[in-house]
Design a protein around this ligand. Structure first.
Ligand SMILES: [Zn+2]
Ligand SMILES: [Zn+2]
Length: 159
């Protein structure tokens, strides 16, 4: 009995990884994308500096409302041609507001695509934590975004 209480006490306090990944999952649900919903949280020194979810730039399109049946126009890879990815939105918002991204940690519900991986590396983010695999979602043989980041010194961890 006493031991159960102890276990409970420990599990009551969530770690930052858990808090930020839960937030990323909640943010993903705000996406208007008809196919994939992805959320991202950008942190620095355990504090949040930006958030994002996938979708066209604010004030332009809500794909699910404008094209509820067919969905929006697709690019050559089958993704929304109008949308910024969650990671792009999080990074761009931080850049626009003058937050220092370098040395940050990015939490994302889906492992970064190669385009986002390039942006993550270039913006100086040091750690990426992802929940689900983009390769598995797309049916690709390897997670090229993750491979790219690891090859060039970014720490990537599956949540
Ligand atoms: Zn779309
Ligand atoms: Zn991406």
């Amino acid at each position: 009995m006493l031991q159960r209480e102890d276990t409970k006490l420990v599990s009551v306090k969530p770690g930052f990884n858990e808090i930020y990944m839960n937030l990323a999952v909640d943010l993903a649900a705000r996406s208007h994308c008809v196919r994939a919903q992805v959320g991202a949280v950008l942190t620095k020194d355990t504090r949040i500096i930006s958030i994002g979810y996938n979708g066209p730039p604010a004030g332009t399109h809500n794909c699910d409302e404008e094209w509820p049946d067919a969905g929006c126009a697709r690019d050559s890879r089958g993704s929304c041609s109008l949308a910024l990815h969650a990671e792009e939105n999080a990074i761009l918002y931080a850049a626009r507001n003058g937050s220092k991204i370098e040395g940050g940690t990015l939490f994302t519900t889906l492992s970064p695509c190669i385009a986002c991986a390039r942006l993550i590396l270039s913006s100086g983010i040091k750690v990426v934590v992802y929940k689900d695999s983009y390769a598995e979602y797309k049916g690709l043989p390897s997670d090229e975004g993750v491979d790219f980041l690891k090859r060039f010194g970014v720490e990537v961890n599956k949540y």
